[in-house]
Design a protein around this ligand. Structure first.
Ligand SMILES: Nc1ncnc2c1ncn2[C@@H]1O[C@H](COP(=O)(O)OP(=O)(O)OP(=O)(O)O)[C@@H](O)[C@H]1O
Length: 513
């Protein structure tokens, strides 16, 4: 088997010291060796020239401004001769310099960023084999030839590139995940993330080259027709931006959402962005909010009018609100049994969003044991049966430890904002999420609202940042899109603590008599 020969899938590494030297057929004479080397050098030179020409043509196609300038120089040179050609080259140089000074944004957009992107493409291919072999993403075949995954193609983006990679036998996506840091350093990127590919044996690498989440993001607010011209799409709520610069669209219909983050990580900005996206539907009556705020209304009190029901005064109130929502789930499940598999929100049967700020206050920090048990049961009922019947829970949590929040695996969409320790990442986002790129513990304090999102049943990790909605905008939102219906707690439903109230009432009667 000659060195460098490719068998089946994967690319081979040539000239490696650890390849069996016996595989090389040595030339016997000095002249033979010289001829062989000379031929090899000529062959390499030829390949290099062809490759350079192809790359130059590709670069011109990729940067039309350069193509136009090159065409101009070529025409003048061929018609007017070398002197005029050189003069045009100098003129083009001066024009480009003046452009970059006078309009740096357009220069960046049409020339600099495109050239930079193109050099990235060359870099990926240039370093690929050696880098993967050095980072231990390799396998050795039966002939002791070292093979690495093959880089099939590169899709360049403004902020992130997507590399499609064909794995070779013996190399798994986990090998690439383990080498993500080495790839990031060599590609001079911010992050490298391994994503699944629809074809078996292939994976994608997302290489993040520019941080689009550094600056604060403004919420998409406006009049009803501006904000949601075609009505609110509950499967694609615009909450902020993704790391590749695209809008972050979140599906809430048929999902429960957990937002975990240390104090000051920006949990309330995720909730506020969600409210901005839902507001027109709240006013239209197709979405109803039930708010539970253990901070006594400090968070949700600001936009009280958006809520159909707000429980924030006592622990008892909050648990009763949860139970009311859980009863509604049972009632809807009965009425929808055998009719539909997923409820479609209407004004008569709206999507109920149960918004809980600091969910651990209900499941862990309540002092009354019986009340805590009731809260856990109601939450369990909501999370296991609510999705299909149009009841979604959105919960925030600071401390994601198991004893604090036992039900966290029932949340189908999870967002990990800045977390204190790396051991907390799998607690929120699941096993292996940190290896796949969810570095919640490395999010700086200076970027609140930044987090990693994982959906149930998917291994894809997406970095996002929620828009920042200030207090003034929240007040405006509540005044512009108030909930058309309002309920107060005692009237919510047939409350399960009635016997206790009856007992207390009986006791009061006795005292009176
Ligand atoms: N998406 C965001 N963009 C820019 N700044 C933000 C964003 N979210 C939050 N901030 C800033 O960070 C501060 C803390 O954020 P926030 O109150 O949302 O954190 P939190 O996780 O809810 O904290 P706590 O658990 O203590 O309530 C805010 O006062 C705000 O100034």
């Amino acid at each position: 088997m000659p060195i460098g020969h490719t068998v089946g899938r994967g690319a081979t590494i040539r000239r490696r010291a650890d390849v069996q030297p016996t595989l090389i057929e040595p030339s016997r004479t000095f002249l033979g060796r010289l001829r062989r080397r000379g031929l090899l050098a000529v062959g390499r030179m030829f390949v290099l020239v062809v490759w350079g020409a192809v790359m130059a043509a590709w670069l011109l196609a990729y940067v039309p401004v350069l193509a136009a300038a090159t065409a101009l120089v070529a025409v003048v040179w061929s018609v007017q001769g070398r002197g005029a050609g050189l003069a045009v080259i100098a003129l083009v140089g001066v024009a480009f310099y003046a452009w970059s000074r006078a309009h740096p944004e357009t220069w960046e957009r049409f020339v600099a960023s495109r050239v930079w992107r193109f050099t990235r493409r060359i870099r990926y291919r240039w370093v690929w084999r050696d880098l993967l072999a050095a980072a231990d993403v390799r396998a050795r075949d039966a002939h002791h030839v070292i093979r690495v995954p093959r880089l099939l193609w590169v899709r360049l983006g403004r902020h992130a590139d997507l590399l499609t990679v064909q794995l070779c036998p013996g190399v798994t996506p986990e090998h690439l995940e383990a080498a993500a840091d080495a790839l990031r350093a060599e590609f001079r990127a911010l992050e490298v993330r391994v994503l699944p590919h629809q074809r078996r044996g292939w994976v994608s690498l997302r290489v993040i080259c520019a941080d689009t989440l550094l600056g604060t993001i403004a919420p998409p607010m406006g009049s009803e027709t501006e904000q949601a011209p075609h009505g609110v799409d509950l499967t694609a709520l615009h909450l902020g931006r993704r790391e590749d610069g695209e809008p972050w669209l979140l599906r809430l219909l048929g999902r429960h959402l957990l937002v975990a983050g240390a104090t000051g990580a920006g949990k309330s900005s995720v909730v506020a962005s969600l409210l901005v996206a839902l507001a027109p539907a709240i006013k239209a009556g197709t979405v109803r909010l039930i708010g539970i705020d253990p901070k006594g209304g400090m968070e949700f009190g600001l936009y009280r009018d958006l809520f159909h029901l707000l429980a924030c005064e006592t622990e008892e109130d909050m648990v009763r609100a949860l139970e009311a929502a859980a009863d509604l789930v049972a009632e809807r499940a009965r009425s929808l049994a055998g009719v539909v598999r997923l409820h479609t929100p209407t004004v008569d049967a709206p999507l109920i969003v149960v918004l809980v700020d600091e969910i651990a206050s209900l499941t862990a920090y309540i002092s009354d044991k019986a009340l805590k048990e009731r809260a856990k049961q109601a939450l369990g009922r909501l999370l296991t049966k609510g999705r299909a019947v149009g009841v979604s829970v959105v919960g925030c949590v600071q401390d994601p430890r198991k004893d604090v929040l036992e039900v966290r695996n029932l949340f189908t969409t999870r967002i990990g904002l800045r977390l204190a320790e790396k051991t907390e990442v799998p607690m929120v986002l699941g096993d292996g999420a940190r290896e796949r790129g969810a570095l919640c513990d490395r999010i700086p304090m200076s970027t609140p609202g930044v987090g990693y999102l994982v959906e149930d049943g998917s291994t894809v990790v997406t970095k996002v940042r929620a828009a920042y909605v200030d207090d003034e905008q929240l007040r405006w939102l509540a005044a512009t899109y108030p909930s058309p219906s309002r309920e107060v707690l005692p009237e919510v439903t047939d409350l399960p603590d009635k016997p206790r109230r009856r007992k207390r009432a009986a006791g009061e009667d006795r005292e009176a008599s």
